[in-house]
Design a protein around this ligand. Structure first.
Ligand code: NDP
Ligand code: MG
Length: 391
């Protein structure tokens, strides 16, 4: 069996750690060829000691310099160190890399993901913001280079599994009536509108079912995560937004569903542990052990479903509006959200301000720019919107 050489972008984060766990379980099948982080020098050092990758990259320059001295001091300088944005792009495009795991958070992940897609890698996509912002351009780049995209966002991976082994992303699946994205509803599912508006960062990052990085945890609390996932599903599965529904399912056992024209609905179920979708995509088209616990059917008493409340959580409506308005709107939606989530986490604004400003950002900026024709345009729109909201 050939060993797959993996480039892990965002190796020190939540997706990164789950991926490392799987690589460690299967040294005969996977090699950590390269890994990246932003500024977590300690995390990166531990990883170099454990996995001895050929290359690593720190996005943050000062962190890169610190890591450089530590690698030398510990006799680990055999691992080549790249620093900065260009280093990330080079890491993802390295000819020895077979598979790139896109686990950077936010639009910061777009350029390295683009580099992986353009060089025809297998891309295991967690970084939904990259696809949300680049949209059609991303799809075209993947088609041009024949890069294989395997979704590891759990909902999209569930849908991908339900579509069967012959399905390839970016083509409209045959005989499908609609996609059903499940959503936990987040920590504020049952809160009053007033309580939601004044929720604290500590309350927002406490997800009932999943352990994730801080940004996506806040996105789950605003339901912006599902909003971004709706846009992600639209591009990945070439389905119109009107044929993608969101269902609240508080237990997070059903990870999503596909309804076919004949009335059959297929679902993918499992414990809420990201190692399942990551393992599925890493081993695709085969299966490997993930060490994820089995579902306990004697304890699982009920699976509940609810309709999303768009009044308390308007994010899904923002996403539908953005998709109907064209590609600039999705970039504006994402940029405003990223800035506002970062401000909220720093204690710089109220939870409710995220909704207000995302709505404001869409109406202020979505009609202001021409349709992007390349990544430079995407990044320029992002930068302008971002600078307006970052006080
Ligand atoms: P984390 O915050 O846990 O990790 C983010 C990773 O990205 C870290 O390695 C971090 O490095 C790195 N990073 C952060 N900012 C930058 C930057 N500017 N440039 C380069 N690298 C950067 O995030 P998650 O793992 O939770 O999420 C990653 C992505 O996966 C997101 O897009 C999220 O939506 C998606 N996803 C996550 C799921 C989950 O369960 N966590 C589930 C489904 C999707 P450092 O540690 O040095 O800061
Ligand atoms: Mg998800």
């Amino acid at each position: 069996m050939t060993v797959k050489r993996i480039c892990l972008l965002g190796a020190t984060g939540s997706i990164g750690k789950s991926t490392l766990d799987l690589i460690a379980q299967h040294p005969d099948q996977f090699e950590l060829f390269s890994a990246s982080a932003n500024s977590d020098v300690e995390g990166m050092l531990r990883l170099v000691q454990a996995f001895k990758p050929t290359q690593v990259c720190m996005r943050d320059e000062a962190a890169g310099q610190r890591l450089s001295s530590q690698l030398k001091a510990l006799g680990l300088a055999k691992t080549e160190l790249l620093i900065g944005g260009q280093g990330l792009n080079n890491l993802a495009a390295h000819p020895s890399v077979d598979t790139v795991v896109a686990g950077i958070v936010g639009i910061a992940g777009l350029l390295p993901v683009w580099s992986a897609v353009s060089t025809g890698k297998s891309v295991l996509l967690a970084n939904k913001e990259a696809l949300v912002c680049a949209g059609e351009l991303f799809v075209q780049a993947a088609k041009r280079s024949d890069a294989r995209i395997l979704p590891i966002d759990s909902e999209h991976n569930a849908i991908f599994q339900c579509l069967g082994p012959a399905y390839r992303c970016f083509t409209r699946p045959a005989s499908v009536r609609r996609l059903l994205l499940t959503a936990s509803g987040g920590p504020f599912r049952q809160w009053s509108p007033e309580a939601i508006r004044s929720a604290t960062p500590e309350q927002a990052v406490k997800h009932p079912n999943w352990v994730m990085g801080p940004k996506i945890s806040v996105d789950s609390a605003t339901m912006m995560n599902k909003a971004l996932e709706l846009i992600e599903a639209h591009w990945l599965f070439a389905m119109p937004a009107a044929e993608i529904e969101v269902v609240i399912h508080p237990q997070s056992i059903i990870h999503s569903m596909v309804e076919f024209q004949d009335g059959s609905t297929l679902a993918q179920l499992g414990a809420p542990d990201m190692r399942t979708p990551i393992a599925h995509a890493m081993a695709w088209p085969h299966r490997i052990q993930s060490s994820v616990e089995s579902l306990n059917w004697s304890q699982l008493r009920e699976l509940q479903f609810e309709v999303p409340d768009n009044k308390r959580f308007p994010s899904l409506e923002f996403a539908r509006h953005a998709l109907a308005s064209g590609p600039v709107a999705s970039i504006c939606l994402n940029a405003t959200n990223e800035v506002m989530v970062a401000r909220f986490l720093k204690g710089d604004c109220a939870f409710g301000a995220i909704f207000d400003q995302v709505e404001e950002g869409l109406s202020r900026f979505a009609g202001r720019f021409p349709i992007p024709t390349g990544l430079d345009d995407v990044m320029a729109i992002d930068t302008e919107v971002r600078s307006f909201y970052a006080h």
